[in-house]
Structure formats: structure tokens, C-alpha cells
Design a protein. Structure first.
Ligand SMILES: Nc1ncnc2c1ncn2[C@@H]1O[C@H](COP(=O)(O)OP(=O)(O)O)[C@@H](O)[C@H]1O
Ligand SMILES: O=P(O)(O)OC[C@H](O)CO
Length: 534
């Protein structure tokens, strides 16, 4: 065995919706080593989407092990990894037993829309009894909706974890029993993974990070505390909830594996991770990440901006325990890359995701086809759980190539819709959009986005922004390389590699014609599925 060099690196575990990766970065954000694996997706009923929490854990540990082996093959000792960060798909909900440390059911994934009736129940409750905002003072109807948004930044939706957890308790006897007997532990993916990496049932810590917590419908967005009024409204006992922690601090140490003893110093939801990784740390900066879904986050600095146009207010990051949080406005699009995956896995139109670019480029336009990719209803800015996937404008002329192109246009149209809301809420027009995520690997995807959206699309060369975000937070927690999240200037040398800009070329008139047709297609898709699968 050759003598291995000692370096100083930071690791990032990125637990996404379809794959997990562990990436080792140096101080400039060069990737020194990485390993990635996809994991199984379960769709047991229409509208349902599940993950096996144990599979996520196993794959996470395997990625760490393999990336460390590759680091050593490259001549570096694994002790060079000084700290790790974790970033994750956000609203996906895990319920496990305090006594055994084992999951009580499969995780309900953020895309899953089985909870429509649960949402309807709470909408009714809000409209009638209302929410008790002060002792004895209830807000009902529109005032109740406003009060909920004021506390959480969110609206009632199948998307958020609190609703998914309520459904688990109401529908799985094991989860209900655990809740009743105070054996239940709830967490989003960062919480589950940290619990296991720090020892699981043998001393593992039960923490929840604030950006992830801001997606539960249980967090007070201003105070960054679990809000008792919401616990009463949704009827949860407090003891099931993880201890809240900031996005950057040493939470604990890895209890096993090749990085045993290394501190975990950064936790962040993946979309906020990408915001941080793109160094959009100040008011007015924005990015959009195109993975399974697409998520446009606009940093609003120290202010919480309430959206009047279908966006969410969310925590962007909290740079340390007790530190003032930074907030963001978010437009969440449920389906982006997952529609490409669907064309590959269910329709057989393509053999690999990247092939969609060649297929779509083989025709000049969609031949009049529009695809509203409402596989689990529509999220921002439409928020219609009853919207159904809709392909419209089909004719004998239509080929898979037209549908492939319409699939990419669907993401571009939804991005434009979110940007229009963001313009109204923030009174700022973005001159360009910084992008990353798996779908941005395709040039044709980027050209269609620029053309249909009508804005410049800026794609950085190093696009592992999500992982980089959690690495920056982790490094900052131990002041590795002098990084300090509360002083953005200390990150100036990170990821200064170039970027490529895609400009719109389509005539304005054609773009507007397409946009008008898209809006008509969305109207036809809305309200189609009135809970037939509950
Ligand atoms: N070359 C490509 N062109 C277009 N889409 C792609 C390409 N490569 C991957 N994708 C899409 O990107 C998605 C994966 O991106 P990723 O950022 O890893 O997602 P996640 O974090 O949600 O798991 C897949 O849904 C896939 O369809
Ligand atoms: O894992 P991604 O990139 O699909 O992101 C999922 C989001 O966090 C869901 O809100």
C-alpha cells in the first residue's frame, strides 16, 4: 500500500429523491472523490410514492464507503475528510420506533398525494373551528388560512410532512400505537440519516434542521421553534418531534464506517442547499434546481416575504445556533426530471435520460402538443391537488419526439409561471436564472428553457451545488479553510469555475402563443381527479 497523503477536505452526503451521492470537496470546491447510487422507488397505488428508509440508510453508508475507497485510490488518506455535511429531499416523512430504532412503515415521499382527504379534513377544520392563535381566540375561514400562512409560511397541502405524518398515524395501526405509547419518533430524511449515522438505537441523536422543519407545517417561521398551536391543531404530541438545530454546527460524530469519529457539521434541505451552494446568500439572489422536481428559490435576506401569488416562504439557512436566519421565497414545481424518467421507465421512449435531448431536438416544435405534467396534482403557483396529468393537442402527426419536446416545455412553462409570481411578490425581475440539477446536464433542455421562458439561463460548470451547500455549512461549523457562513466574503474562492449562458432565440410572438396555449391546457387539467383514488 503506497503512503497516502494527508489533505484537508469536506464531505457531503446528498440524499436526493432518486439517488444518494457522497462527494468530497477541496477548499475551492474541486471534487476530489465521489460515489453515487440510485435507490428503489415504490408506487404501490396511483398517487402514492414511497421509499424504504432502511434502503436510504444502507445506500448512504455505501456511498460514504465507496467514495472513501476512491479517495484512497487517488492517493489521499480518508482522515483528510475533516467534517461532513448532509443535504436531503425535504418533506419525505419517516416514522420510527424509539425502542427499536426501526421504521414503522415506508417513508411517504414529498411527491405523494394520497393525503388529499387529510388536507380536506384540515381545510374544513380551519374553516369551522379554526386555529387558536391566542388562548381562547380562534381564527377561522380565510383568516385561519392567513394565520396558518403567517405562522408557517405554508398552505395546507399534500406536499408537507405534517400532513403525511397525520395520515400515517390515522392509517397505520403500528404508527398510531407508537404515538399513543410515546414510542414514535418523527423525522424528515436528514433526521433519520443523522440518527443512524450517530448510532441509531444505541445513542443516535434525534435532531431536525430548521430548513427541513420549515416544510412540516409545524414550525414557527419567525421564532424557529415547534409551534404548540400547530401541534394542537394537527393533534401531535411534542415528544415525537426532533430537537431543532441550525444549518451549521457540530451536531455529533459518525459512530461507525470509514469516517468514524468525523463530525457532522452541516444539515440543510436540498433546495436550500443549492441556494447556498450557488452562493445566493443575499437578498435578491435566486437559483432553480431541476432534479425530480424543479425548485426556484429567491433569497429575501432577513425578511419573511408573504406571497400573494402562490409561492411559499421558507427558511433559506440558519448560519449557526441562535444566529438570525436568512429566508427565501420558493416556487416548488412537483414534476421536472421525473417526467423524463417516466418517458424512460414507463413509456420506453428513451433508454437513458440524456437521450431526451436528441429525441426532442429531432423535431423543430411539439406539433401543437402540450403536456401538463400534473402527476400528483400541481404545486406552485397553481396548488391544485385535483389536477391530473394531461397530454393535449395529439393528432396522427404526433410522434414520441413531439411528446419528448412537450415534456421539456412543461418544465419551462412552469418555471415561467413561478417567475411571474416571484416578480409580483418581490417586485424584482430576474435578468437571468442560475440553474443546476440533473436535468441541466442536457443542452437541449437548457435551450428550450431559455426559449420558452424568455430569459437567460446560466449554468455553472460545477453543478453539484446542492452537495456544495451542505459542505460549505459543514466546513463553516469548524471554520475549515476560514469559511464562515455569516461572512460570505470568506467563500470568495469557492467554485469560481466558469459558466455557460443559454439565451432565448425564439421570436417573442411565438413564445407568447405557446404560453397562452399552456395556460389553457392547465385550466383543462385542473380539478380532474376529485379524490377517486383515496
Ligand atoms: N442529460 C440529461 N438531460 C435531461 N434530464 C436529465 C439528464 N440527466 C438526468 N436527467 C434527469 O435529472 C433527474 C435527476 O436529477 P438529480 O438532480 O439527480 O435529481 P434528484 O436529486 O431529485 O434525485 C432525473 O429525473 C433525470 O430524468
Ligand atoms: O431531491 P430533489 O432534488 O428532487 O428535491 C426534492 C425537494 O427537496 C422536495 O421538496
Amino acid at each position: 500500500m503506497p503512503i497516502l497523503k494527508q489533505g484537508e477536505f469536506v464531505g457531503s452526503l446528498d440524499c436526493g429523491t432518486t439517488s444518494v451521492r457522497f462527494i468530497v470537496f477541496d477548499q475551492y470546491a474541486n471534487i476530489v472523490s465521489q460515489h453515487q447510487s440510485e435507490f428503489p422507488q415504490y408506487y404501490p397505488n396511483p398517487g402514492w410514492h414511497e421509499h424504504d428508509p432502511e434502503e436510504i440508510q444502507e445506500i448512504s453508508e455505501e456511498c460514504i464507503t465507496q467514495a472513501c475507497a476512491k479517495l484512497e485510490e487517488a492517493g489521499w488518506a480518508k482522515e483528510s475528510v475533516k467534517v461532513i455535511g448532509i443535504t436531503n429531499q425535504r418533506e419525505t416523512t419517516v416514522a420510527w420506533s424509539r425502542a427499536t430504532g426501526e421504521p414503522l412503515c415506508k417513508a411517504i415521499v414529498w411527491t405523494d398525494s394520497r393525503t388529499k382527504n387529510t388536507v380536506a379534513h384540515f381545510e374544513h377544520l380551519l374553516a369551522t373551528t379554526g386555529i387558536e392563535v391566542e388562548p381562547g381566540q380562534f381564527k377561522t375561514g380565510e383568516e385561519g388560512v392567513e394565520a396558518l400562512r403567517d405562522i408557517t409560511g405554508l398552505k395546507l397541502s399534500t406536499y408537507f410532512s405534517g400532513i403525511k405524518l397525520r395520515w400515517m398515524i390515522d392509517n397505520y395501526s403500528e404508527v398510531q400505537k407508537a404515538h399513543d405509547e410515546d414510542d414514535l419518533l418523527f423525522g424528515t430524511i436528514e433526521s433519520w440519516v443523522v440518527y443512524n449515522l450517530t448510532g441509531g438505537v444505541q445513542g443516535g441523536i434525534h435532531v431536525g434542521e430548521v430548513t427541513n422543519a420549515s416544510r412540516t407545517l409545524l414550525l414557527n417561521l419567525r421564532k424557529l421553534t415547534w409551534d404548540e398551536r400547530l401541534l394542537t391543531f394537527f393533534d401531535f404530541r411534542q415528544s415525537i418531534l426532533p430537537k431543532l438545530v441550525s444549518s451549521s454546527e457540530v451536531y455529533g460524530h459518525l459512530s461507525h464506517g470509514p469516517l468514524k469519529g468525523v463530525p457532522i457539521g452541516g444539515l440543510i434541505g436540498d433546495q436550500q442547499g443549492a441556494l447556498v451552494g450557488n452562493k445566493c446568500l443575499c437578498q435578491g439572489e435566486a437559483k432553480c434546481t431541476y432534479g425530480t422536481g424543479a425548485f426556484l428559490l429567491f433569497c429575501t435576506g432577513k425578511d419573511i416575504v408573504n406571497s400573494g401569488h402562490g409561492l411559499l416562504s421558507t427558511v433559506a439557512y440558519q448560519p449557526g445556533p441562535g444566529a438570525a436566519p436568512v429566508y427565501a421565497l420558493e416556487g416548488s414545481i412537483g414534476v421536472a426530471g421525473s417526467a423524463i424518467k417516466w418517458l424512460r421507465d414507463s413509456m420506453g421512449f428513451i433508454k437513458s435520460a440524456s437521450e431526451i435531448n436528441t429525441l426532442a431536438a429531432s423535431v423543430p416544435d411539439t406539433g401543437g402538443v402540450y403536456f401538463v405534467t400534473a402527476f400528483s396534482g400541481l404545486l406552485a403557483p397553481y396548488w391544485d391537488p385535483g389536477a391530473a396529468g394531461l397530454l393535449i393537442g395529439l393528432s396522427s402527426y404526433t410522434t414520441p419526439a413531439h411528446i419528448a419536446r412537450a415534456t421539456m416545455e412543461a418544465t419551462a412553462f412552469q418555471t415561467r409561471a413561478v417567475l411571474e409570481s416571484m416578480k409580483l411578490d418581490s417586485r424584482t425581475k430576474l435578468e437571468h436564472l442560475k440553474v443546476d440539477g440533473g436535468m441541466t446536464n442536457g443542452d437541449v433542455c437548457m435551450e428550450i428553457l431559455a426559449d420558452m421562458g424568455g430569459f437567460d439561463v446560466v449554468r455553472p460548470d460545477m453543478r453539484e451545488s446542492t452537495a456544495l451547500g451542505s459542505a460549505l455549512l459543514a466546513g463553516s461549523a469548524i471554520r475549515l479553510f476560514g469559511w464562515d457562513m455569516s461572512k460570505p466574503a470568506t467563500l470568495a474562492e469557492v467554485n469560481t469555475k466558469g459558466s455557460r449562458t443559454f439565451n432565448p432565440h425564439m421570436p417573442e410572438e411565438d413564445r407568447e402563443k405557446g404560453w397562452t396555449a399552456w395556460l389553457r391546457a392547465v385550466e383543462r387539467s385542473k380539478g380532474w381527479d376529485e379524490g377517486v383514488y383515496e
